[in-house]
Design a protein around this ligand. Sequence first.
Ligand code: PMP
Length: 444
Amino acid sequence: MDQISKPNSPSLENFWMPFTANRQFKAAPRLLASAEGMYYTDIDGNKVLDGTAGLWCVNVGHGRERIAQAVERQLRTLDFAPTFQMGHPIAFEFAEKLAAIAPGGPAAKLDRVFFTGSGSESVDTALKIAIAYQRAIGQGTRSRIIGREKGYHGVGFGGISVGGLVNNRRVFPQIPADHMRHTLNIERNAFSKGLPQHGIELAEDLERLVALHGAETIAAVIVEPMSGSAGVIMPPKGYLERLRAIADKHGILLIFDEVITGFGRLGTPFATDYFGVVPDLVTTAKGITNGAIPMGAVFASRKVYDGLMTGPENQIELFHGYTYSGHPVACAAGIATLEIYQEDGLLTRGAELAETWQDALHSLKGLPNVIDIRNLGIVGAIELAPRDGAPGARAYDIFVDCFQKGLLIRVTGDVIALSPPLIIEKDEIGKIVSILGDALKRAL
Ligand code: PMP
């Protein structure tokens, strides 16, 4: 099909859609036309409750006037200016404002900010900073990165190399990386609320890889403190603390990929704050501008930054950067978003709602095919038993059913992932659970 059945609607032929079965989608498209607050409106005028904050990014809700005005104003003032050997005030201003809420708490703030254009760019940037830092401090043999079996770190060559999702990496070449085991035993932890009790021993896999490769070859270890795309897997109690301890023992940097957990998702500004475990580098994107303008940022510790600020002062310290690093319009969107986070208390609202959210999700226990329910902050996962011979098919059918009934959810494999905007109210939490519950009952 090359035309959806609406007057003046575009052909669907030309846009090669990302992470989508293009032919399946184009045969039965779902098109969103506008959005406000907690809701999208599709091209037929149906309202769809946003259970996923877009793609984990629209944390302060859709259509915020303050962001729109800031973007428009900035476009009319300074649409673009380079940040290579040149600067503009708003990039410095945004970095300074971000430093005030930077992950790590007052004592160990990661308040040196490198701007990027996306989560994938933030990951590649953090990996390069880690390797460059090791070299700068005389540890030039450290170029290997350790990730996790089911990690997702975006789609750059660095990100797919350290990431462990098989479909994302199997046809592409990689940089040297190795992977820690990450598969939590679901039966042992089934229906645990918050952090699972069992699984801290998975952190010992880092010791195994250090023994295998030699600490002197390893620059950094990167993990999502709470992993999203692998199917929303919460870290077992004590796991991240253990990783930090092992990394420290061997001179390995620890990177937290907070592209989805950054900016309030767990009820704290960053997952780093939630867990009280401070990494050396934190990658972010998405919620930094509420998804309104593409942008990402890497937060680095002063140790890492200062380690690279050596050598002659007239020489570039890090041969890395993007045309759009610190883009003025993205910075304007980011500052407006940060003001909303702060004025409306949204960076910690998840903590207030967490119990209601947890109770609502776990009320789905006992429905057909539900084999696990997981929650943390304002994140939820409902894991389904796969349909015989068709992994993912049951969850996909539920996704389509929910959309038709006015709820946007996200599925990865047989896991339904929920991450609504942080402005969500209790009745909307009830609505999510009610629509999803009905779909679960109907599903074959
Ligand atoms: N890291 C993590 C943990 C992510 O969840 C994502 C995207 N969902 C990325 C990196 C990549 O971000 P982007 O799609 O903006 O490149």
